[in-house]
Design a protein around this ligand. Structure first.
Ligand code: 1HN
Length: 290
């Protein structure tokens, strides 16, 4: 029976990390080699070393997407949900179902299922963000499809703010900083009060300088991104293996399901993470040990 119902969760994904100063040059090289509209989306997929695309963890796809000045990533829509965490650049935009939203570093911007969206860039220099999509689910539920719009851009108007799809960094950090204790977790909520989507959620964490977060393990998995600071995460996988990952600003790392994590900050640090907690909660599969 234990092959079918193991004594502990056994994710296929392993711990993995992508250092920004190593992968940024590759992304820029992709920028030289492949036009954004040629690729539809120019993304450096963060594929879990134990798996193949689209798996960053068993349930989350993540990648770094690049748009160069003047480029357009053409309008399309798909059943998959996407959230983006803006890493670098100014005056890039994403237009979602007619709302053109300017991307600012640290923003979370949502692309709900089946909404038309295109990306562009009216500033200088590279515009880079982390995409989190629920693509792995569609390997089990073959209900994923995309539709291309007839034109490059779906008609849109620039908006000052789009509270339904954009959460700025400032309110997140204000909330984290207002909390007592050397470690705090902020769970992103959609304006309607629930998690960001039916499948994917977001969280941000503050870890004060020279402190560590309490050990936590959850049945959901995470793709973490260091917004600011530096430190390491001490990870104990579901199979008992232990791994330590060093991180600094811009680095991204995957934490598989049921991995115990302790973040150790060398300086005041802020981490963002996309997770699949909403999916597991909706299916009654979410567990947490703290
Ligand atoms: C996609 O449509 C986006 O809309 C980003 O920006 C990443 C990765 C694989 C397949 C589709 C986007 C994607 C993607």
């Amino acid at each position: 029976m234990s092959a079918m119902v193991p004594p502990a969760p056994n994710p296929k994904a392993t711990v993995a990390s992508w250092k920004y100063d190593e992968i940024r040059p590759m992304l820029l090289e992709a920028g030289r080699l492949v036009a954004a509209d040629e690729a539809e989306r120019r993304v450096l997929m963060l594929v879990n070393p134990n798996m193949r695309a689209p798996y960053t963890t068993d349930t989350i796809y993540a990648g770094l997407q690049l748009i160069l000045p003047g480029e357009t990533a053409p309008a399309h829509r798909h059943t998959a949900f996407a959230l983006r965490f803006i890493v670098e650049g100014e005056r890039g935009f994403t237009a979602v179902e007619g709302k053109k939203v300017i991307m600012r570093r640290g923003d979370v911007i949502l692309t709900p299922s089946w909404q038309w969206h295109d990306h562009g860039h009216e500033g200088d220099g590279p515009m880079i963000w982390l995409d989190g999509l629920d693509l792995p689910l569609y390997q089990a539920f073959p209900t994923n499809f995309a539709e291309m719009y007839k034109d490059e851009r779906y008609p849109s108007e620039e908006v000052e703010s789009a509270k339904d799809i954009q959460i700025g960094w400032e309110e997140v950090q204000n909330d984290l900083d207002a909390r007592t204790g050397s470690h705090a977790i902020y769970n992103y909520r959609s304006p309607s009060g629930g998690p960001l989507s039916l499948t994917m959620g977001g969280q941000a964490e503050r870890v004060d300088a020279e402190t560590k977060s309490p050990p936590i393990r959850e049945s959901c998995s995470f793709v973490y991104h260091c917004y600011e600071g530096s430190g390491r995460s001490e990870l104990k996988l579901a199979n008992g293996e232990t791994r330590t990952l060093e991180w600094t600003k811009g680095d991204t790392f995957a934490v598989p399901a049921w991995t115990e994590r302790v973040h150790v900050a060398s300086e005041l640090s802020y981490l963002f993470a996309v997770n699949d907690a909403p999916l597991l909660n909706n299916l009654g599969m979410y567990r947490k040990e703290q």
